[in-house]
Write a protein of this length. Structure first.
Length: 476
């Protein structure tokens, strides 16, 4: 079987971490099995669609590196990939159900349905469609349809005492009592098909093999399973991922606690780290590894390691995972990803940007955090740094040490972390100091602190001109 998965968002706004998690899992699973990942846009709810919504969601997917094999922008052999362009396909499927007698016309008005609802509220039974039109004879139904009476089409739930059974790869065999299902609408009176029907027709037409989605869709599954059966097509493999909760334990949604993918991008989160973290929401690696490169995720992803319990967003863990990805990233790539977050006005002349990034990378959880840590290396506006420099200027021993270090560094040919570090130790030996007596004044002159990053790496990042300037504690 060729594995074909899909992600079917609505263009109602930017994607957030709760719904993009399903896209991540579908993409990884398709890649794991050498299959295809399909993007389908469910845009029939025009009242909720937002301008530019489709382009925004495709941009979010592309930034995360979840490249699709078929979709609304690139087409494919199973298009169209927008529900608003698939009316002819839905019409054909409706005709199939009509011909097989699996649907019937419902002429109930809003008033009729409201009356039934009120009856339910008053304790006669839990409200569901009463089936008042199911007993209409075929002859009467055809006559009223031909007469032009407004009507919807309802799916006739098969009669019987047996539960509707659905196999789910996460939750196992699930039994849905038939009594819990009413005859649901397939096509509304205005001609628009309903969500459950459109989804099934799309999955059939696009040959989707695995329907992997959030557990919130479990309630839709028995209706969809019956529609697959009624259209005489095999059911796909269903797999429902556990619900994602916010940090406060409440269900994650656009309106509650969900961080938009675009926000993470703006803050400089690395996409590989975000994908890694999202994969851990409900799934675990066979060896319990948590920091995984994308190729490792693809090689290990499976449905049998998806849990059933709700999973919770943890911003601290997200940052921890992304920090580990920054630590693993090749320096040249990290530098390019960091550049957009460096000061617009630039850095002092002679600063070695790659060396600067390498110096700060262990502190960063996102690319954007480099701006937060630049003051560690460039503390000119910091009153404590100015005070530390003034104190050094009043300390004859410190001045002597710094002068020796500056003289030796000024004649240094190769300006690297190793070379500058060795030169500082040599200068200290020349004037008879070592350890704290040597390194504390040097580090204070450079960054205003006695403790901090490796001095050789600081010097490599600052470059020759800026470093020598800072050693002149009595002159600037």
């Amino acid at each position: 079987m060729t594995v074909r998965t899909r992600f079917a968002p609505s263009p109602t706004g930017r994607l957030h971490l709760g719904n993009i998690r399903a896209a991540v899992f579908n993409w990884l699973f398709a890649r794991r099995h050498g299959g295809q990942f399909v993007v389908r846009v469910e845009d029939t709810d025009t009242a909720r669609n937002v301008e530019g919504g489709e382009a925004a969601l495709l941009e979010d997917l592309a930034w995360l590196g979840l490249q699709w094999d078929e979709g609304p922008d690139i087409g494919g052999p199973h298009g169209a990939y927008r529900q608003s362009e698939r009316d002819a396909t839905y019409t054909t499927a409706v005709e199939t159900l009509v011909a097989s007698g699996r649907v019937y016309p419902c002429f109930c008005s809003e008033e009729d349905l409201s009356t039934d609802a009120e009856a339910g509220k008053h304790g006669r039974e839990v409200h569901r469609y009463t089936g008042r039109c199911r007993g209409i004879t075929d002859r009467e139904g055809r006559a009223r349809v031909e007469r032009g009476d407004p009507h919807a089409l309802r799916f006739a739930i098969p009669e019987g005492k047996h539960d509707i059974e659905v196999r789910d790869e996460v939750y196992g065999d699930i039994h849905f009592p038939r009594s819990d299902l009413d005859d649901f609408i397939v096509r509304r009176a205005d001609g628009r098909v309903t969500y459950n029907f459109a989804v099934v027709v799309d999955d059939i037409d696009m040959e989707i093999s695995h329907v992997i989605r959030g557990a919130g869709h479990l309630s839709n599954t028995p209706k969809q399973a019956l529609l697959f059966d009624a259209l005489d097509r095999p059911r796909p493999v269903f797999a429902h991922l556990p619900t994602v909760l916010g940090a406060d334990g409440q269900k994650l949604s656009k309106r509650h606690g969900a961080t938009a993918v675009a926000e993470l991008r703006a803050e400089g989160y690395p996409p590989d780290g975000v994908v890694n973290y999202l994969s851990l929401l409900g799934w675990s690696h066979p060896e319990e590894k948590e920091v995984l490169a994308r190729r490792e995720l693809i090689a290990a992803i499976s449905l049998d390691r998806v849990g059933r319990s709700d999973t919770q967003m943890d911003p601290d863990k997200l940052r921890h995972v992304t920090a580990q990805h920054l630590a693993m990233e090749p320096l040249d790539e990290l530098v390019e990803h960091v550049r957009p977050f460096l000061p617009v006005e630039g850095l002092p002349d002679g600063v070695d940007v790659p060396a600067l990034v390498d110096l700060l990378r262990s502190r960063m959880g996102t690319y954007g955090e480099i701006a937060e840590y630049l003051p560690l290396v460039f503390p000119e506006d910091d009153a404590e740094w100015r005070s530390a420099r003034a104190a050094l200027a009043d300390d004859p021993d410190a001045v002597r040490v710094l002068a020796a270090v500056r003289d030796d560094l000024a004649s240094l040919g190769e300006w690297t972390a190793d070379a500058t570090g060795a030169t500082i130790r040599s200068a200290g030996a020349r004037v008879g100091v070592r350890g704290a007596a040597l390194f504390h004044p040097v580090r204070k002159a450079l960054i205003g602190e006695e403790k901090g990053p490796d001095i050789g790496k600081i010097l490599a990042a600052l470059g020759r001109v800026e470093s020598l300037r800072r050693f002149g504690v009595g002159s600037g």
